[in-house]
Ligand binder design. Structure first.
Ligand code: ZN
Length: 291
């Protein structure tokens, strides 16, 4: 469950009567500035707090809706993990998958789709954080690779919106292999001179950061997103030193040359469109001509 869902409550002192009359989930409290926001206003504002600009997490579907012009075509929605290792931690992976599928209506932590963004045809892959922390297993690797292959076939650009805790532990080395698999597909896209933009949202960590999330022709982050390999707590415990303020946040990383842009979500679509036109992705015959 995303942490912010727990914050939802009515803004009025909870007498017995208001508890009954104010439906659950109608209001949400901004964790950054404590502003009480009407949920519909938050949705209309692309899940950004109108007062302080805090970026709430989005579902994969909300993300696609915020980028595509209209309808999009989804691919490989039926692909699902087979639990290749028969893995069990606090509960069997099989059960974990089943409950995530039930809760999200998705069969894995990524949605891949094609459509147009400001009139430019492209492929977008967006992660679903509520599905086992957006973790990358064999299904995510395969679906992203197929999206890149579709882009190669139709000479279009690729955008991957990352929101992930990293490789999926329950698929062991098979998850780690997806880092190489997706990176190799991106190398082919690069050789075909087709653009790949990586959008890093809160959080983008582990094997996702260590592979394709950092391989974009442009690496664009949302404000204050946590981006890193190991989490700050793990690093602090390892090096036994206090980390600097804002360490591993977008603004710190761009200052240190790790990112190209930090873009407010409300400007993201226009920024991507401008970048794609600059890279001539709006003219598929011009791009990819030296293949
Ligand atoms: Zn706020």
């Amino acid at each position: 469950m995303p942490w912010f869902k727990k914050e939802r409550k009515a803004p009025i002192a909870a007498t017995k009567e208001t508890q009954v009359r104010v439906p659950e989930g109608l209001w949400i409290k901004c964790p950054s500035c404590a502003q009480i926001i009407y949920n519909k206003d938050l949705v209309a504002n692309l899940h950004v707090c109108g007062k302080c600009g805090h970026h709430f997490r989005m579902t994969a579907e909300e993300r696609l809706r915020s980028l595509f012009d209209g309808e999009w075509q989804e691919y490989d929605a039926e692909l699902t993990s087979t639990d290749p290792l028969g893995f069990t931690d606090t509960k069997p992976y099989r059960d974990r998958l089943a409950s995530s599928i039930k809760a999200t209506g998705r069969r894995d932590a990524i949605v891949t789709a094609s459509g147009t963004l400001d009139g430019i045809r492209l492929q977008i892959a967006a992660m679903e954080y509520t599905f086992i922390g957006g973790s990358m297993g064999v299904v995510m690797g395969e679906k992203i690779t197929r999206a890149i292959e579709r882009a190669l076939a139709e000479k279009s650009a690729v955008i991957i919106v990352s929101c992930s805790g990293g490789a999926r532990m329950m698929e062991g080395a098979l998850s780690l292999m997806q880092m190489a698999k997706v990176s190799a597909a991106l190398a082919r896209l690069d050789r075909a001179r087709l653009p790949y933009l990586s959008v890093l949202t809160d959080p983008t960590t582990g094997g996702v950061t260590a592979s394709f999330a950092m391989l974009g022709d442009l690496n664009i982050a949302e404000p204050k997103a946590l981006i890193g390999f190991a989490g700050p707590r793990v690093i602090e415990q390892t090096i036994r030193q206090k980390l600097p303020e804002g360490f591993q946040r977008s603004e710190f990383l761009i200052e240190h040359g790790m990112l190209d842009l930090v873009v407010d979500r409300r400007e993201l679509k226009a920024t991507i469109a401008r970048a794609l036109r600059f890279m001539r992705a709006d003219k598929p015959d011009a791009a990819g001509s030296s293949q």
